[in-house]
Design a protein around this ligand. Structure first.
Ligand code: GDP
Length: 367
C-alpha cells in the first residue's frame, strides 16, 4: 500500500505533481525527515501567504464559525468585479459582528473617478445586497495604496477584538494579506497557521500588538466568474493590470460589439447612442451588424475574435443571451470578471451574451 505523507505544518497530504494545487512539495523534499508543503514553507520562511481556496461547504463552515466569535470582519471585494466577487448572504453568517468592506484594485479605475463617489456607490450596492458595512475603504494591495490608512481604520473599529479577513478567490486577498504582514510584523516567523476543523485548509494568524490576531480565511471560489472558464493566456489578457482606458462607441440600432470572443452586446433598439466599454486595455472590441454577428462568431472565434485563442476556444462554453431593457439613469451592463459597458442614457434595449455559467447583470453606473 502506498504511504500517505503529510505536511508537518498543516497536515495536508503531500503531492509532488502540481505546484498550483494544495499540498505541493518538490520531489527532492521527500528525502527530508520533516516534510513541509510549499505553502507552509513560504509562510514559515518568508512570511508570505499563497492562494488557498475551498469548497462551498467548507466555506459555510468557516462562515458559521465566524458568527460565534466576537470580532471585526473585513470583507474584501474586487472593485473591477464587484458583483462577481461579492459573497452572497454574508450578513446572515457574521452574527452581530461589524463588517468593514474593502474594495481592492482601486488602481484599475480611471483616475477621474472620485473616491468619495465610489465609496457611496459601494455602500448603496452593499445595502441592495443586504449588507450594511460599518465603513467602506478603498485600497490597492498590489500598489500598496492606502494600506496603512486601512490598518488605522481596522484598529479603530476592532476595539481590541480579533479580525477576520474574508473574500473570494481572485479579489487579491493573498496580495492584501502579504501587504498587511509587511506592515504589522517587524519580526519574522511570528505568523502561525491553525487547521480549520473539517477542512484541509488553514487559517493564517497574524499577531496584532495587543495579543489579538488578524486571521486570513481561505478564499471561496465564485463559480460564475469568467476566470474559471478560460485558459491561462486568456486570463492574463482579460485581467487588467493598469488603469482602464474607457473606449467609447457610438452605435446605431442593430449593431453588435464583441469583446474579443469572450462576450458580446447587441444594441437592439433606442436610437443612435453611446456605449462606453470598460475592460482590460489589451482586449480588442469588434463592431459588426447584428445580422452578421452569429456568423462572424461561428467563423472567427479564436482568430479575429480572440481571446479565447486556438487552444482554449473549444473549451469556452457557448455564449448565452441575457436581454435587458435599461432603466432610468446611467447603467452598467456587467460581465462578471471581464468588465462592463456603461450606457449613459436610459431606455435602450440590449442583449448581452456571455459564456454559459458566467453572470451578466445590470447596475447603476459605477463611473
Ligand atoms: P486571491 O486569490 O484573492 O488570493 O488573489 P491574489 O492575491 O492571488 O490576486 C489575484 C490577482 O489580482 C493577481 O493577478 C494579482 O496580481 C491581482 N491583484 C491583487 N491586488 C491587486 C491590486 O490592488 N490591483 C491590481 N491591479 N491587481 C491586483
Amino acid at each position: 500500500m502506498e504511504e500517505v505523507i503529510r505536511c508537518v505544518g498543516c497536515g495536508v497530504e503531500i503531492q509532488t505533481e502540481d505546484p498550483t494545487k494544495l499540498g505541493y512539495a518538490p520531489a527532492s523534499s521527500l528525502e527530508k525527515e520533516q516534510i513541509i508543503c510549499q505553502r507552509c514553507f513560504r509562510l514559515k520562511h518568508y512570511n508570505e501567504v499563497q492562494d488557498a481556496s475551498l469548497t462551498d461547504d467548507d466555506f459555510l463552515k468557516i462562515l458559521n464559525s465566524l458568527g460565534t466569535t466576537e470580532s471585526l470582519i473585513v470583507k474584501v471585494v474586487d472593485i473591477f468585479d464587484f458583483n462577481g466577487s461579492w459573497l452572497p448572504g454574508i450578513h446572515r453568517f457574521v452574527g452581530k459582528n461589524p463588517v468593514l468592506l474593502v474594495g481592492n484594485k482601486v488602481d484599475l479605475l480611471p483616475k477621474s473617478v472620485k473616491a468619495s463617489k465610489l465609496v457611496h456607490w459601494m455602500k448603496h450596492e452593499a445595502k441592495e445586497l443586504g449588507l450594511k458595512p460599518i465603513d467602506v475603504q478603498l485600497v490597492s494591495a498590489e500598489k500598496g495604496l492606502r494600506i496603512r490608512e486601512l490598518l488605522e481604520v481596522i484598529e479603530k473599529y476592532r476595539n481590541g477584538k480579533d479580525v477576520y479577513v474574508i473574500g473570494c478567490t481572485n479579489v487579491g486577498k493573498s496580495t492584501f494579506i502579504n501587504r498587511i504582514i509587511q506592515e504589522v510584523s517587524g519580526e519574522k516567523n511570528v505568523i502561525t497557521t491553525s487547521h480549520f476543523p473539517g477542512t484541509t485548509l488553514d487559517m493564517i494568524h497574524i499577531p496584532l500588538d495587543d495579543g489579538t490576531t488578524l486571521t486570513d480565511t481561505p478564499g471561496i471560489i465564485n463559480h460564475h466568474q469568467m476566470a474559471h472558464y478560460v485558459g491561462k493566456k486568456t486570463l492574463k489578457l482579460m485581467t487588467p493590470k493598469k488603469e482602464i482606458k474607457p473606449k467609447v462607441f457610438q452605435l446605431n440600432e442593430e449593431q453588435t460589439l464583441y469583446i474579443g470572443g469572450l462576450a458580446r452586446m447587441d444594441y437592439v433598439s433606442g436610437g443612435r447612442r453611446s456605449f462606453v466599454v470598460h475592460v482590460a486595455n489589451d482586449l480588442t472590441i469588434h463592431r459588426t451588424k447584428l445580422e452578421k454577428a452569429d456568423n462572424l462568431y461561428k467563423e472567427h472565434k479564436g482568430e479575429l475574435l480572440s481571446p479565447p485563442f486556438e487552444e482554449d476556444a473549444k473549451e469556452l462554453p457557448e455564449l448565452v443571451k441575457h436581454t435587458f431593457s435599461l432603466p432610468e439613469g446611467k447603467t452598467d451592463i456587467v460581465f462578471s470578471g471581464l468588465g462592463w459597458i456603461t450606457v449613459p442614457e436610459p431606455g435602450a434595449k440590449v442583449q448581452a451574451w456571455a459564456p454559459k455559467g458566467v453572470n451578466v447583470s445590470i447596475r447603476p453606473a459605477l463611473i
